[in-house]
Design a protein. Structure first.
Length: 582
């Protein structure tokens, strides 16, 4: 079953959806790119995806169904296994007597229909639907976490048991046996699967006195996922230790490791940290996608002048660029985005990291191992002898690393690193506190980028305007006159507007986005080390004085950058204040 271009053209012209010239142009592009002409017409915005599918269904004599809001019965859904449904975009949605109606996107996928016919005695009736309809049905394959775990625990309750005192001698063998039991494997696999489906960045498994609490960190916020019986704790810990190749019989000391999760749909590297706590061992698993596309600075949220300043300083062959902020604010991701720009065949880039979060081709990445003496300082000292052009130090933690990084920047290298400070100006007193000489800091430091991660609003959001009382509250956190001036510069406010005349946005809960947010983006402040800033550094000025001078020279603070993103409808004022006022 195939729709020929001639047939499609005739029906499109007859329906008055496009002109002959538009179709012929789309056909030329389709032949050049080896794509379907219908896909080109949709990409150009000449017709919608739904119009195209309805037309193809009419031409082929296959009924069209809309499944975007349909709830499918579980027994019907399961007739086509989930892996087949996902990989071929084909789902069962209705069973009437001996007839099974299946919806698909590709009417030419006859092989899959034949395969389904062999697996069921039912008569198959094909239908065409939209990609959104298929997505809605595929989401229904996923049970809730509680339902899935309840089923596992009910069926296999006998295996999930604590190890008795008298069994401690053979504890390692017992734990290994428990870790290889099917229910424990299913529990850990299900936890990982649901975390990935919910876009979680971390899984926290926390033993309490009477239960085990599982929490997912989604868009920077921890959410309770479910509770498990305490009997499951030892098995889960043992299973994670086996996966991460850790010592099964070590319960007194923290352990770190990593493993990979791979399916046809996703590939994740999982970083494991196990910490002894009062009621057992707490597990935190950090999920890092290996299939995620490399971030760009623009994609991370850097805009206008801040972006320009960072890009200008990345072009310099020497100097130091610092990214600052608290743990988990995306500093390392920003460094990787910078290295992506710098990663050309003509340069040698070397890194010292703890841990290596993303693998990058053509970059020499070294993992810190303090237990064998490979620290940031010793790694950096050895790395300089390898003749790198660009050096990335995961974090400046101590005086020795600080001195070596500054020395590397002085001797003809571009150094990228991170520092834990609340704002950009705070990095300078922190370096001085690490016994770095102020005149060396002023000679090497090029730009300091401070950042936070804020949640992004979903498509459905509520527009509103600020009241007098809200403006009065906001005046405690920022200079409102300066904010208004910046919004006018960004053409987000008219010349005569006040802040009360500008549309801002806040979250609106929906079925897709229960909290009104989805995904995260950065807010930034870029402090460029100008001649006046250098003088202040040499004078050991306070961070407040340095920040005030930088603002006089045009630096936008993180809260000001946040207001721009609020006026653009990217996030809300509440979210900006949540991450700034910690």
């Amino acid at each position: 079953m195939k729709v020929e271009p001639g047939q499609l053209k005739a029906f499109l012209l007859d329906a008055g959806l496009i002109t002959g010239n538009q179709f012929d142009e789309a056909l030329r592009v389709a032949e050049k790119k080896d794509q379907k002409v219908g896909d080109i017409l949709v990409a150009k915005g000449l017709i919608s995806q739904e119009e195209l599918i309805k037309l193809e269904a009419y031409i082929l004599g296959i009924p069209f169904v809309s499944l975007e809001k349909e709830k499918i019965k579980p027994e019907v859904l399961k007739i086509i296994p989930e892996p087949i449904a996902r990989s071929h975009n084909i789902v069962a949605f209705r069973k009437r007597g001996n007839n099974l109606e299946i919806a698909m996107l590709d009417p030419e996928d006859l092989r899959t229909i034949e395969f389904i016919k062999k697996t069921t005695p039912l008569k198959i009736l094909p239908r065409l639907t939209t990609p959104e309809g298929i997505k809605n049905v595929l989401r229904q394959y996923q049970k809730t976490l509680e339902a899935e775990f309840g089923e596992i625990i009910r069926k296999e309750a006998g295996v999930l048991r604590p190890i008795k005192e008298e069994e401690m001698i053979e504890e390692k063998e017992d734990l290994k046996k428990v870790a290889e039991e099917l229910p424990v494997i299913r529990i850990v696999d299900t936890l990982l699967k649901h975390a990935i489906l919910q876009r979680a960045s971390d899984i926290h498994i926390e033993p309490l006195e009477k239960e085990v609490l599982v929490r997912y960190r989604i868009d920077g916020i921890l959410h309770n996922a479910m509770t498990l019986p305490t009997t499951a704790s030892s098995g889960i810990v043992a299973r994670v230790k086996v996966l991460a190749n850790l010592k099964l019989d070590e319960h007194r000391l923290p352990q770190d490791g990593r493993f990979k999760v791979e399916t046809e749909e996703y590939r994740y590297s999982v970083r494991v940290s196990i910490l002894p706590v009062f009621d057992g061992e707490k597990i935190v698993m950090r999920l890092l996608s290996e299939t995620a596309k490399a971030f760009t600075l623009e994609g991370l949220g850097l805009r206008t002048k801040s972006l320009e300043e960072v890009q200008n300083n990345l072009r310099k062959p020497v100097g130091m660029i610092l990214v600052t902020g608290p743990t988990g604010c995306g500093k390392t991701t920003t460094l990787y985005a910078m290295m992506e720009i710098l990663n050309t065949p003509g340069v040698n880039i070397s890194t010292v990291e703890d841990p290596i979060e993303y693998r990058m081709p053509r970059i020499n990445q070294t993992q810190v191992r303090p237990q064998i003496g490979l620290t940031f300082a010793s790694g950096l000292r050895s790395l300089v002898r390898q003749d790198p052009d660009i050096i990335m130090v995961g974090e400046i933690r101590d005086n020795e690393t600080c001195g070596l990084a500054i020395n590397a920047a002085l001797t003809g290298h571009l150094v990228l690193s991170t520092l834990h400070t609340t704002d950009a100006a705070g990095a300078i007193p922190r370096l001085i506190d690490m016994e770095a000489e102020p005149f060396l800091i002023s000679s090497t430091l090029s730009v300091i980028l401070a950042q936070r991660l804020i949640r992004k609003l979903c498509k459905e959001k509520e527009k509103y305007r600020l009241t007098d009382s809200e403006l009065k509250d906001l005046a405690n956190f920022c200079n409102l006159d300066r904010v208004l001036q910046i919004l006018k510069e960004e053409k987000l406010a008219k010349p005569k507007d006040t802040l009360k005349d500008i549309d801002f946005y806040r979250p609106k809960a929906s079925e897709e986005c229960p909290e009104g947010y989805r995904g995260r983006i950065g807010i930034f402040e870029a402090l460029v080390v100008t001649e006046t800033i250098k003088e202040l550094i040499v004078q050991k000025a306070t961070s407040d004085k340095i920040s005030a001078q930088a603002q006089r020279e045009g630096m936008r603070t993180m809260i000001e950058d946040g207001f721009v993103k609020v006026a653009q409808g990217v996030t809300s004022i509440e979210e900006v204040l949540r991450v700034i006022i910690e």
